[in-house]
Design a binder for this molecule. Structure first.
Ligand code: NI
Length: 257
């Protein structure tokens, strides 16, 4: 059974058929899914979804493009609700120098604060990093984020940076990009990564794998990602699904709740 470790089911793209998708989970070979918060509005929404649907877990955190709206009150709210049995991580948090919606200094400030929160509440982190390889790695090291551990989500850098995160004990979120014809960098990383550090993730509604590229993504499409990884590593799809499922439980222990 597949675990989708990172999706945005609260997105309006799922307003029409969200419940239907969750009810079809087991029929589609899906065990559980983790809703990743990104905006301040999605914090409450994520918690609601975990309470409403047995297959949905959640992570609480604010995406670097959205941190302009983050306040101390939101941090206090996250601190309280991080104790909820179905909140498995603090995320998605990080740095995004591609869009640069907020200044680098503001992004770094809140990334540090949210790492500190994760360590305080004893949860792993889920990291978003785009066009910010050096600063993300430096900050992760400075703040000793390895103590919290977690996943580098939608890993978009090369093999050398991947080795650094491997050495720090982090896991790698792999999704649709590995199936893209122009996804060579991602394929190289996956070839190098040991299977016991890979978790499957959709980032739905974004980044649908081939043959659905460009369409709305959903957790059921992760079988295409598993098949691609299996082909690259000379394994069966089932072996990849089983290994990544175990990895998900190891990196996010509260998924067992
Ligand atoms: Ni995401």
């Amino acid at each position: 059974m597949i675990i989708d470790t990172h999706a945005h089911y609260d997105d309006k793209a799922f307003d029409e058929d969200r419940e239907e998708l969750f009810l079809q989970f087991s029929g589609n070979g899906l065990e559980k899914g983790v809703n990743a918060s990104a905006t301040v509005e999605s914090l409450e929404r994520t918690l609601q979804l975990t309470k409403q649907y047995p297959v949905v877990y959640g992570m609480l955190g604010i995406h670097p493009d959205e941190i302009g709206a983050l306040t101390k009150e939101h941090m206090d709210w996250m601190r309280i609700h991080a104790a909820d049995p179905k909140i498995v991580a603090i995320g998605e948090i990080g740095l995004d120098y591609h869009w640069n919606v907020e200044s680098k200094e503001v992004q770094k400030h809140w990334f540090k604060e949210q790492i500190a929160l994760a360590k305080e509440v004893g949860l792993p982190i889920c990291v978003h990093s785009r066009d910010a390889a050096a600063d993300t790695l430096a900050l992760i090291k400075e703040e000793n984020a390895a103590e919290a551990g977690g996943v580098i989500h939608c890993f978009s850098y090369g093999v050398e940076i991947a080795r650094e995160y491997l050495a720090l004990g982090f896991y790698f979120g792999i999704g649709g990009v590995v199936t893209f014809k122009n996804g060579r960098k991602c394929k190289e990383v996956v070839e190098m990564l040991p299977l016991d550090r890979i978790v499957l993730e959709t980032d739905a509604p974004y980044l649908a794998p081939e043959p659905y590229r460009g369409k709305r993504n959903e957790s059921a499409y992760l079988s295409y990602v598993a098949t691609e990884i299996a082909a690259m590593k000379g394994l069966t799809t089932e072996q990849v699904i089983e290994a990544t499922r175990e990895n998900a439980y190891r990196v996010y222990p509260k998924l067992k709740n």
